[in-house]
Write a protein that binds this ligand. Structure first.
Ligand SMILES: [Zn+2]
Length: 184
């Protein structure tokens, strides 16, 4: 796979029938392998179950559609917003040297109940592609789990904390991450 991770927003209309998804109603979310990443589909369950298709989903999960909140309800505690922002920034950089940092940050966001894991695929090299969904915005994040050794996780966590606190830049972390073999 040329790109190890990917972000996809949740749709607000059904991919199949193009009608509005209903607030607090069930939604079927699907990732479909595509060139350079994944396509995401969000559908009414009845549309998903009845529409014909000739392909197999990479990931499929059932969730609950939440309509976007009004703008002033979106304010989050500063620290959580920063961790969110950092994950998006790292994913958009698409730097393979940052894969450990991306994964540990995703795990930290999962423990903070910001992300929820929806699916996992083990690959031939033992790494795992994990699919996370943002609990509030419904975005999906495809993150490579590089199978870090336990003793390396603490080190990567320190890099994440240094990035979040602003004591290290992305360039500095990327360079040091590149120099060290960290996966099993
Ligand atoms: Zn539909």
């Amino acid at each position: 796979m040329s790109q190890e991770w990917n972000i996809r927003s949740r749709g607000h209309v059904c991919t199949i029938c193009q009608k509005q998804l209903v607030d607090k109603a069930p939604v079927v979310s699907v990732l479909k392998e595509a060139e350079g990443g994944y396509e995401r589909l969000d559908c009414h369950p009845e549309c998903w179950n009845t529409a014909p298709r000739d392909w197999e989903p990479f990931s499929l999960w059932e969730g609950v559609y939440k309509a976007p909140p009004p703008p002033d309800a979106r304010k989050e505690p500063l620290k959580k917003e920063t961790a969110d922002e950092l994950l998006r920034r790292l994913i958009s950089l698409d730097d393979p040297a940052m894969k450990n940092v991306v994964y540990v940050l995703a795990v930290m966001l999962e423990r903070s109940k910001i992300l929820v894991e929806r699916d996992a695929h083990e690959q031939e090299d033992r790494t795992i592609i994990r699919v996370y969904e943002h609990r509030k915005t419904g975005e999906s994040f495809v993150v490579l789990d590089p199978r870090l050794r336990l003793e390396n996780i603490a080190e990567v966590q320190q890099q994440v904390v240094a990035l979040l606190s602003g004591t290290k830049t992305l360039g500095e972390v990327s360079e040091s991450a590149d120099a060290e073999p960290q996966t099993t």
